[in-house]
Design a protein around this ligand. Sequence first.
Ligand code: G4P
Length: 523
Amino acid sequence: MTPSYPDRRTFAIISHPDAGKTTLTEKLLLFGGAIHLAGEVKARGANRRARSDWMKIEQQRGISVTSSVMTFEREGITFNLLDTPGHEDFSEDTYRTLTAVDSAVMVIDAAKGIEPQTRKLFEVCRLRSVPIITFINKVDREGRDPFELMDEVADMLALDVTPMSWPAGMGGQFEGVYDLKAHTLMQPTGDSRAFEGKVTQLSGLDDPKLADVLSADALKRLHDETELAVGGYDAFDPVAYRNGDQTPVYFGSALKEFGVGELIDALAKYAPPPRTQPAEPLPIGPEHEGVTGFIFKVQANMDPNHRDRIAFMRLCSGRFKRGMKLTPSGSGKPIAVHSPILFFAQNRELADEAFPGDIIGIPNHGTLRVGDTLTEGEAIRFTGLPNFAPEILRRVALIDFTKTKQLRKALDDMAEEGVTQVFYPEIGSNWIIGVVGQLQLEVLLSRLDAEYKVAAKLEPSPWDTARWISGDEAAMKAFAAINQSSLAKDRDGNLVYMAKSAWDVGYVQERNPDITFSATRER
Ligand code: G4P
């Protein structure tokens, strides 16, 4: 069978740190046959980390800073899993990655429910109506009442919930997970209490066979709870799910492998194939003939020995072939893509062809930038890749003054990659960098030193936040005349108002109704 886009499922996992994203990723790859031994995701991570100074931060903090792509296949479906950093400091990168997926899996810790980071990421998904499958993880441990968890998702996220499976007890009382659609009961085996394939097929919840495999207590509880759950929540509605209005909820344990196969099956069966992407002048569907795509991430120096820079492109339409000439919207100069890379769990491979939904890595020397649209020459531009107003601003001070040129190059490079934003004030020569989270500052200094050999320090900035401004020419001119000392340009030459506080933004905004102040800017 010829592969094509309806077989693609491009998705991300969103969660709060520690909910189990890494474990689930590993198990998905294991079930998908992409890796053969549990533990390889972490091992691979450790290997990669050892390779660059930048990664030391990852190691020290025990968090994952970079996002990557992992592709695996199962039963004719190609899954592209886009890994997103869980740490809140890297939300900008995460947000952009979420623009490149067609659906998401939301992992929730059964003991904790919805946590701040889950909620933030969910809001990004909602902006784009990304359909979400919920996986309530760690049912093998003491967790909260399943109804409480379901209701919390419904109330806090204003999302309809529908149960697809139900736990027969949790923690010490955990006796298995009941699949409400297939009517199967998956049960733990042996000392590890992991899922090793013990499945009982039943005709339904009233099948007397259930009494043979569950304790009396667990049986009664399962009966009572599922009766309430099935009656109390709406039935699964594939259309509502795909519109992002309803989330099917699965209970499981990534660590003990409960519910992982069911989750992959759900992605295969219900998650949308490549969706139509917002673009100008018109949205682009996967059936569009010409090859189109956009860059959602650029990663430089993945390997310090090869100063390589890889742009990650999400293919939106057409059939990509190796060697093809594509024109990026940024530079406008066509490039021949001779060495596109596909990312598998354990290795990278040259891609001879790729389909909508696929992510290809394009090695380049700075010609491709985040937000670039690539086409075979059509005048199309994908929209909706946001830049966020920085929450922390710092002045960059050189320790060695002879390195001005290198510093400018480094800041431009990193702004391009989305590691930081850079602002060049209209008056004075104090370059200001802006980040969304503290950790980005450490990454910046560490990379300046390791990759660009620039010793610099960060000093307090006179400003606290920034807003992109726009308005008609006369209004902008009048505004600039009075506020020049608070104006700067970003890397692309857009005017930015530098504010001393959020209050200051509000005040200036109120007094200048003709000017639009924006906390995000589309690239
Ligand atoms: P994250 O990527 O979302 O941050 O979470 P990660 O998978 O690293 O999981 C966080 C911790 O939760 C890990 O324990 C992991 O083993 C545990 N965990 C994940 N899924 C389950 C589950 O289904 N059941 C149980 N009981 N635990 C689970 P850790 O002790 O912090 O790390 P490790 O030493 O085990 O690697």
